[in-house]
Design a binder for this molecule. Structure first.
Ligand code: TYC
Length: 110
């Protein structure tokens, strides 16, 4: 798009128009990583199920992520806008609590 169009061309191209807008209107939303933390008690199968159910992972990818968390202590489930990430964290924490597992899920700005 031309500079004149982006600025809001008020004069049909003579250059005499008042500049009413200097910035593009859209802003990229900040993204947040949703993280799973390792613990000694949550069953591996439960973590795989969480990744399938809430993060739409297939069984193989879910297993890779679960094993990464198991071995490294933390791992990324996905990258989301703030509200989506917050919802995922709440869903995982509620689901873990319902099943009395100590699984921890958190988010951090990318
Ligand atoms: N460390 C757990 C076990 O050995 C498995 C596990 C993996 C737990 C990932 C939490 O986020 C987690 N049963």
């Amino acid at each position: 798009m031309s500079d004149d169009r982006r600025r809001g061309d008020e004069d049909g191209g003579t250059g005499a128009g008042v500049i009413t807008q200097t910035k593009p209107k859209t802003k990229k939303p900040s993204l947040y990583k949703v993280l799973l933390l390792n613990d000694d008690y949550t069953p591996m199968e439960f973590v795989v199920h969480v990744l399938e159910r809430f993060f739409n992972k297939g069984r193989d990818e879910a297993t890779v992520i679960m094993l990464h968390v198991h071995q490294h202590g933390v791992g990324i489930c996905g990258l989301y806008t703030y509200e989506v990430a917050e919802t995922k964290v709440t869903q995982v924490m509620d689901f873990a609590q319902q099943h009395q597992h100590p699984l921890q899920c958190t988010m951090e700005r990318e």
